[in-house]
Design a protein around this ligand. Structure first.
Ligand code: GLN
Length: 227
């Protein structure tokens, strides 16, 4: 009781949390899955609705909740690479892959999304990413339960909050096949900026999808010409 009164998130106390009707193991070293992020999963599933096989990259995977929710709702012929710079996140993703019996379809790898991608990972049909996107200066104003208990590594997106969108568009579009798609979760008010960043590096047919509260939450586009 007293831990809750001090503001500690319930998810940390019980060590797990539900997302997309699945239960995920958590530690304080990964972001607690948010309902907003279910919009990203819905969008990714829509892309695969007409495909029988393919490779997904969950970039900045944290607990692994996005990629695992996708795999759970897609055929066994579809696999996912889970990338994060945090060793703790990769360990949690691994636990969740075991928990959901997906170790044969999911591979956790250490990668920094801000740096160039490892060519050895191969090419993907779909990249999904919920990167850190809070402007550094706004961290102090977050709810105490977020600010004091959740990992700043998973929240801080640089001076304007857009560092990861720029870096991923620049450094990771080379990991997409021709016709491959990149789906981002974005923070409130960031959709237009992210759309422009994607367009500037060659993504086409860019669309914005609102979350259940009507807030523009997912921005996605197609890479028509492989690089
Ligand atoms: N949606 C989270 C929050 O508002 C931030 C998630 C993120 O930075 N990717 O706390």
């Amino acid at each position: 009781k007293s831990r809750r009164l001090k503001g500690e998130p319930l998810a940390h106390i019980i060590g797990e949390w539900d997302f997309y009707s699945l239960t995920f193991t958590l530690t304080p070293g990964v972001l607690i899955p948010r309902p907003d992020t279910e919009t990203l999963v819905d969008a990714g599933l829509a892309f695969f609705s007409r495909r029988e096989r393919g490779r997904i990259l969950d970039l900045c995977c944290g607990s692994g909740c996005v990629g695992i929710a996708l795999l759970k709702n897609l055929p066994d012929t579809i696999s996912c690479v889970f990338a994060d710079t945090s060793e703790e996140a990769l360990a949690v993703t691994k636990e969740n892959l075991v928990r959901h019996r997906l170790t044969f379809r999911g591979l956790p790898v250490a990668q920094n999304a801000l740096e160039s991608c490892d060519q050895a990972l191969g090419k993907f049909n779909l990249i999904v990413s919920n990167p850190p996107y809070i402007p550094d200066g706004d961290i102090a104003e977050l709810d105490a339960s977020v600010r004091d208990y959740e990992p700043h590594l998973a929240l801080k997106g640089g001076a304007d909050g857009l560092d990861f969108y720029r870096a991923i568009c620049e450094n990771w579009r080379g990991a997409l096949r021709t016709g491959g798609r990149l789906y981002f979760e974005v923070g409130i008010g960031q959709a237009d900026d992210v759309l422009r960043i994607m367009r500037a590096v060659g993504f086409g047919d860019i669309e914005v999808i609102p979350d259940l509260n009507g807030i523009p939450r997912v921005v996605w586009g197609i890479l028509h010409t492989e690089i």
